[in-house]
Design a protein around this ligand. Sequence first.
Ligand SMILES: [Zn+2]
Length: 335
Amino acid sequence: MSERFTYDGGAVGPGETQEFRFTVSETYLGDPVRIPVTIINGEREGPTLCLTAAAHGDELNGIEIVREVAHEWDHSGLRGTLVCLPVLNVPGFIAQQRYLPIYDRDLNRSFPGDDSTTSAKRIAARVFENFIEPCDIGLDFHTSTRGRTNMLHVRADMSDPPVARVANAFASNVVIAGQGPSGSLRREASEAGTSTVTVELGEAHRFQRPLIDAALEGVLSVMAEFGMSATETVKWPGWRTVIDASEQKTWLRADAGGLVEMHYDRGALVEAGEAVCTITNPFKTDATTVEAPFSGVLVGVLENPLVYPGNPLCHLVALDESTLRAFRRYHCAHE
Ligand SMILES: [Zn+2]
């Protein structure tokens, strides 16, 4: 038998599913600010997996991922418990902006929270204590900042073996290694014993179906790795690179202001010296070509084509020779 999952004001028993709205703050009118929560407790014992999205209020892809897991999947064979929080930053979500509208605080720098200080930290504490800290593992879904887009990738502290296990199980091609910023959900959760990774996919303000589908495959793979699903198997992405501090990665920046024509999509392989994009003026004269300084994969690219000098154009990460070969083999076979 699985264990009861308890939170402030309730409990979810084995074999039970609960959907409710949980108060995390109050508005200027004194009305409750409530986040949607779905908890699915399997009949059989297993780990507790927390799925979170929209800690940044305009990052929508993860919302759809968490909703589909919670409300479209068949959980009759579930071992363990799923804690599904599709919209963490409800005030930001309503305003369709990244930060909490209250003093523009970043909820994803406010964890683990504190119930005696700022409103952002009080909200974070309500979420963290009730739903994140009680879990064994976590997946926190994000997108690129507005105006840019990311290929599907995982960010994780690969020096922490339980976190690396989650990251590898998610089966993305690219893992960016690192502890993450202080106050971020994944770092604070992992330090509190909930091994958590960030999953980045696509851009803000969109549902991007192919990316959502790929991420759902990753969720299934994590559930298989941790024995939560008897029918699924752990996936292998075909090729994988783990980018740590020693690997080359760079944001290519514009040296000219103007209008950008990107020559590649997110996730594309570019070879050293190739033109990644061209910046032109309104007269289409004085074109500036931006070349790749090394061979690698475009993890993030610009969506809004307007730049000042110094603005980021794309996030390029190097692939070593064997990963380059695996990349080419894989993509030749799948296109
Ligand atoms: Zn984010």
